[in-house]
Design a protein around this ligand. Structure first.
Ligand SMILES: [Fe+2]
Ligand SMILES: [Fe+2]
Length: 472
């Protein structure tokens, strides 16, 4: 089995977050460990060499089942899957059998499965029957502990915490359930990774592609001053925000962005040490962000709202880059420097984690006019950030190699780097920017649950621990 299948999709009666669970499948007495992922939007599973339960059905005779063991909240839960009915239409109809199918599980196993069911409830109207059956079953189990709103929202297709709470509470019927408490999540305590640049070839860390290296090194030019400017804007909004949860998140945001700025500034110091001529680029970036977002606090509410909408717009773009980072394994395939790759992943994952903060702060300061202001902000910041990025990359290209002194960064070089998965696709990011301008938009529901799960997994995974321990 392992030679034909590295991934197992589970949907319908069973549904998990991407990369968050491992399943051991026993085929002909041999155990195979599979990583469970959900089918991502628009991706070809065939092209990725993955199979789903429908494919698995070809390997299992009629009337037979696949015995799977799922690790949920640290508890091994044995499940029996009929690959023909465990997903799709039949799976949804069959979800009514969940009481019978789980009758032999122990209390601990049922509680672990119930928590998993609640986290992955299909809330859309099309699946409302399935949601009701699963929720009713889950709520009849033992003490389910505490759920965060984000935890519920992540698995749903609803727009706001309010909708999640309303749906959750109105569907809930079992009076015997104890201790299901909803909490608003906050940005976690900042992680303080350390990156060792001593072995990093700072001007060639993307092997064989100077253009891609310069395009990526442009982040060391822009992020230190840009993220400090974002922090100044958010600090100046703090005393106008009444919601304690938003204030707490803003403080988490400030800590994270401050550390991002410092890490990129250290990388820029490496660049400047090898090429002192580029030092002016960071001064220019500092002047640009001071001009665009202010050098200090403003007492003008409208100006503050504009600056907050600006930060929210740029955060939408950095979240898109974060999504690209999470979906991208090409750095490793291309032999890119591991320290720099880790910096990019860490930053991308935390951009996803704090994606809602500037937006919520903007809405807290200016609830009424927030949509027109943010449309204007995106219309201004998308071309502005693109221009700043291109100019920074171009300046690096001119200076780091004297032979490239008069060479312009060409669209062809950009396309090649995008095609090779080395830089994000600007066109795709520009298209995604339209979502920011729509009514009902909220960053928390904009990123696919599997990408959020991948970011969380990376931030709590071995690579992150390795870099954090190095700084301890
Ligand atoms: Fe950041
Ligand atoms: Fe950010």
């Amino acid at each position: 089995m392992a030679d034909v299948c590295d991934f197992l999709y589970t949907q319908g009666g069973l549904r998990f977050q991407s990369g968050s669970a491992r399943v051991s499948v026993v085929i002909d007495g041999v155990t195979h460990d599979l990583r469970v992922i959900r089918n991502g939007k628009g991706r070809s599973r065939i092209a990725r060499g993955e199979i789903n339960l429908h494919d698995l059905a070809l390997h299992v005779s009629h009337g037979e089942f696949v015995d799977a063991t799922v690790l949920l909240d640290g508890i091994q839960v044995p499940l029996r899957i009929d690959p023909r009915t465990a997903m799709g239409r039949e799976g949804r109809v069959k979800s009514g059998g969940i009481f019978e199918e789980t009758s032999s599980l122990s209390l601990d196993e049922k509680v672990a499965l119930a928590r998993s069911q609640i986290r992955s409830l299909p809330y859309s109207h099309a699946n409302s029957d399935e949601a009701r059956v699963r929720l009713n079953w889950a709520l009849e189990q033992g003490d389910l502990g505490v759920f965060g709103v984000e935890e519920l929202r992540r698995g749903s297709q609803l727009q706001s915490s309010h909708e999640v709470l309303t749906t959750f509470v109105s569907t809930r019927h079992a009076p015997t359930v104890k201790n299901v408490t909803l909490t608003k999540p906050s940005i976690s305590t900042p992680r303080r990774p350390h990156f060792d640049w001593s072995e990093t070839p700072i001007n060639s860390w993307v092997p064989g592609d100077l253009d891609a290296t310069c395009m990526l090194n442009a982040m060391h030019v822009l992020f230190p001053e840009g993220e400090r400017a974002f922090c100044r804007v958010l600090v100046s909004a703090l005393d106008r925000i009444d919601d304690d949860a938003v204030v707490r998140d803003v403080k988490g945001f400030l800590a994270q962005e401050g550390l991002h700025a410092r890490a990129h500034a250290e990388a820029f110091a490496q660049l400047a040490a090898s090429t002192p001529q580029i030092e002016w680029t960071q001064d220019a970036a500092a002047r640009a962000f001071r001009f665009l977002l202010g050098a200090g606090k403003t007492r003008n509410r409208l100006l503050l709202a504009w600056r907050l909408a600006s930060v929210a717009a740029v955060e939408h773009l950095t979240t898109a880059i974060g999504e690209w980072t999470m979906n991208n394994e090409r750095f490793a395939e291309h032999g890119c420097d591991t320290q720099m790759s880790a910096l990019v992943k860490w930053h991308g994952a935390e951009e996803i984690e704090h994606r809602s903060v500037a937006f919520d702060a903007h809405r807290a300061v200016q609830p009424r006019l927030s949509r027109p202001v943010r449309v204007a902000a995106m219309a201004f910041w998308l071309p502005t950030m693109t221009l700043l990025w291109v100019l920074s990359a171009q300046a690096l290209l001119w200076h780091v190699d004297s032979r490239q002194r008069h060479r312009l960064l060409s669209p062809r070089a950009v396309r090649r780097a995008v095609h090779n998965g080395l830089v994000p696709d600007l066109l795709a990011i520009a298209k995604g920017a339209a979502a920011f301008c729509k009514a009902g938009y909220h960053p928390s529901t904009h990123v696919a649950p599997e990408v959020v799960a991948a970011a969380e997994a990376w931030l709590s995974g071995a690579a992150m621990r390795q870099h954090t321990q190095a700084s301890a």
